[in-house]
Ligand binder design. Structure first.
Ligand SMILES: Cc1cc2nc3c(=O)[nH]c(=O)nc-3n(C[C@H](O)[C@H](O)[C@H](O)COP(=O)(O)OP(=O)(O)OC[C@H]3O[C@@H](n4cnc5c(N)ncnc54)[C@H](O)[C@@H]3O)c2cc1C
Length: 281
């Protein structure tokens, strides 16, 4: 990834702190991002138990108790898209990502979002800068070093402008308080400084970073993996989706393996259907 400059060092520090809190449940995304699987609710047994509601009162406690019959049922439910049992298992991820990645991610509407707000805090003072892997297509660098240097300078200019304007506005507010033009600060959020942040965040580029809690059920997560781990998904969100998949697979290996099997088996059929519908069959 791109060299670590002062700004990216701040991001690295933030990520290092979170990784230290949950080393097994976190992943760095190259040198530019971070994802954590904070919590899961339910597992393979939850899916099988709910699917058997009409047939048996047997209740499995975990996937470790699975017989061949249970494994076969899990596969069959996934293959035949019996959706609702897969909605009983939940995941909460937390990730730090550039806003352009978030704009793609948020399109996965069947999920719950809670995002860092630049109304209350200054933005992480770092912008996403594409590294060699991100700007190379089939061995060809689509942006050269000079273009990347200009891109980086442009971003630095925006962030510096934000800082200067925020600091200047705060000085003006403080002065107005001293002269009595504005009343003294009351407890809680300062409405004047708050309004400055609200307005200045408008200049932040989509390369700026945000921080998100993402809560999603397994059915929707599977849809996310199918769409965002594919080669035609944009490189950056693909990196996040692959890391999310790796964390999920560590926590629920049987479900991950069965889901991957179904996706792999359905891929040739889907490609065939696409070819037929395009009249090339
Ligand atoms: C490679 C790629 C390129 C893309 N390009 C664009 C783009 O150019 N512009 C753009 O806007 N988006 C784009 N998208 C986003 C895409 O259109 C989907 O919004 C996104 O992938 C989320 O998928 P989803 O709707 O299945 O997920 P979710 O929103 O989580 O929905 C899950 C499922 O619920 C059902 N559902 C949800 N909402 C509705 C609804 N309103 N009506 C009926 N059924 C619903 C559907 O069955 C859906 O599959 C792109 C996605 C990919 C992977």
């Amino acid at each position: 990834m791109h060299e670590i400059n002062k700004a990216t060092a701040e991001l690295q520090e933030e990520m290092a702190q979170r990784i230290a809190l949950n080393p097994g449940g976190t992943r760095r995304i190259g040198n530019f991002g971070f994802i954590e699987l904070e919590e899961t609710w339910g597992d393979e047994a939850t899916i099988i138990n709910t699917a058997r509601i009409s047939t048996t009162n047997q209740r499995l406690r975990s996937g470790h108790e699975f017989s061949e019959r249970d494994r076969a049922l899990l596969y069959q439910l996934l293959r035949d898209q019996h959706g609702t049992p897969f909605e009983t298992v939940y995941f909460r991820f937390r990730f730090i990502a550039p806003i352009f990645v978030l704009r793609q991610w948020v399109k996965h509407r069947v999920s719950s979002w809670n995002e860092f707000s630049m109304r209350y805090r200054k933005p992480l003072s770092v912008a996403y800068v594409p590294d060699a892997a991100a700007r190379t297509v089939d061995g060809f660098a689509v942006l050269d070093e000079a273009a990347v240097a200009e891109y980086e300078a442009l971003m630095a200019q925006l962030f510096a402008w934000y800082e200067q304007q925020y600091s200047a506005a705060c000085d003006r507010i403080d002065l107005a308080r001293e002269t009595g033009e504005l009343g003294p600060k009351k407890g809680g959020r300062d409405p004047y400084r708050g309004r400055v942040r609200e307005l200045l965040r408008n200049v932040m580029p989509v390369a700026a970073y945000s921080d998100v809690y993402w809560t999603v059920n397994f059915r929707s997560l599977m849809n996310f993996f199918k769409l965002r781990r594919k080669q035609d998904a944009q490189y950056e969100i693909r990196e996040y989706a692959d890391a999310a998949f790796a964390l999920f697979a560590t926590r629920l290996p049987l479900l991950a393996e069965t889901m991957q099997r179904v996706i792999d088996e359905s891929a040739p059929a889907a490609a065939d259907a696409a070819q037929k519908s395009s009249g090339n069959a």
